[in-house]
Design a protein around this ligand. Structure first.
Ligand code: V47
Length: 352
């Protein structure tokens, strides 16, 4: 690794099979530094919103989705969404709007196009990080447009980047078990490939801690690394730990991932993804104390202020949903690192 050699599949497997957690942390931290990383840790001031939880896909890991007929189903119009976001803007500043939704079969492409137009008009300075690759693909099935046509149209109306969800685990065996209604992984990659070629940066994720094997985790990381070699448009990687509550897996007696597995996942991400500059310790998922440790296991970003979060909290997350800027600053300092507030594209806004 110090010689700059790329880790291969067997190396990845050996890392996941290792019990020496502290050595892995040290190795991942070293890899981060060897590739130019410093003591800086990034965060962004952002707001999470979900415009609809209505979803056709029925992924077994998801506790957020609803069918149109369920009493808790909701779909906000573009006007309602803008009104809500503007109200929130009076309470807290944010430079990024992060939006992920269900794949509602009851809307059309105009719904998405008009939403981006309205958000951009209302908040011209806010970066719109909206719609996973799965949602972009859903828009093509609703409209008959291609991925490129959908992305161009949304970009021209103000879309800034795509969040990294929908990746889950790329191995077909796993997808068939946990998300049989979801698009094929090749489609997920085609959306990101197209976005990168259109100058739209994106994020990427893995959802781990359910039915996947270590081999399938490593395969997932290698596929992302190969995509990044081709187009270079991934800004960051975020490992997402599976939360079982209110899913069928809870009824099967499944538990949350352990802290050790979360740290291992971050370390292997840093070690294998040598071409993705930023690895996020997602505090919503792991809580602040473990996220502080994660900063010594290869992570260099703690996502952001968030404010409201539904997907993980529907599935049993007990973490807060908001961290104030001062809290994030304090937290990064306590971990022995330098807090840097960034915009979505990792430009430095303020150093604390
Ligand atoms: O694809 C759903 C995950 C994703 C559960 O780009 C779950 O910065 C754990 O896109 N337990 C959607 N995970 C959210 C998403 C996202 C999240 C955080 C950061 C970013 C980013 C993007 O949420 C889904 C799925 O992988 N998810 N249900 C669950 N029960």
């Amino acid at each position: 690794m110090e010689a700059g050699e790329r880790m291969d599949f067997e190396d990845g497997l050996a890392i996941l099979e290792s019990d020496d957690l502290l050595a892995l942390g040290e190795l991942a931290d070293l890899a981060r530094r060897v590739r130019g990383g410093t003591d800086e840790v990034y965060f962004v001031q952002n707001l999470y919103v979900n415009q609809t939880n209505v979803c056709r896909v029925k992924c077994k890991f998801c506790a957020f989705a609803a069918t149109q007929r369920q009493p808790h189903a909701y779909t906000f119009t573009a006007e309602e969404l803008v009104e809500d976001v503007l109200r929130q803007r009076e309470v807290t500043g944010f430079t990024e709007l992060h939006m992920v939704n269900g794949e509602s079969p009851h809307v059309d492409f105009a719904f998405y196009r008009d939403t981006i137009t309205a958000l951009h008009e209302a908040l011209p300075d806010v970066h719109l990080k909206c719609y996973t690759a799965s949602e972009i693909h859903h828009m093509t099935t609703l409209s008959g447009l291609t991925h490129e046509e959908v992305l161009r149209e949304l970009r021209d109306r103000g879309l800034g980047s795509l969040p990294g969800g929908g990746a889950e685990v790329f191995a077909e065996r796993v997808r068939r078990l946990v998300a049989p209604g979801k698009e094929h992984p090749d489609i997920w990659f085609h959306v990101h490939d197209t976005a990168h070629r259109l100058g739209i940066p994106t994020h990427c994720t893995i959802l781990y801690g359910h039915v996947e094997t270590y081999e399938e985790r490593v395969d997932h990381l290698i596929r992302l690394r190969e995509q990044q070699d081709r187009t270079g448009g991934f800004l960051a990687f975020i490992p997402l730990a599976f939360h079982p509550e209110n899913t069928v897996f809870e009824r099967r007696g499944w538990r949350h991932t352990t802290g050790a597995d979360d740290l291992k996942m971050l370390a292997i991400s840093r070690l294998m993804l040598d071409n993705i500059p930023n690895i996020k310790a997602y505090w919503i998922m792991m809580g602040m104390p473990l996220a502080a440790v994660a900063l010594h296991f290869g992570a260099n970003d703690v996502q952001g202020t968030v404010v409201r979060e539904e997907i993980f909290h529907a599935a049993g997350a007990r973490t807060e949903t908001e961290q104030k800027v001062e809290e994030l600053v304090h937290f990064v300092r306590e971990a022995g690192r330098i807090p840097v507030q960034r915009d979505t594209l990792y430009n430095e806004l303020r150093r604390w």
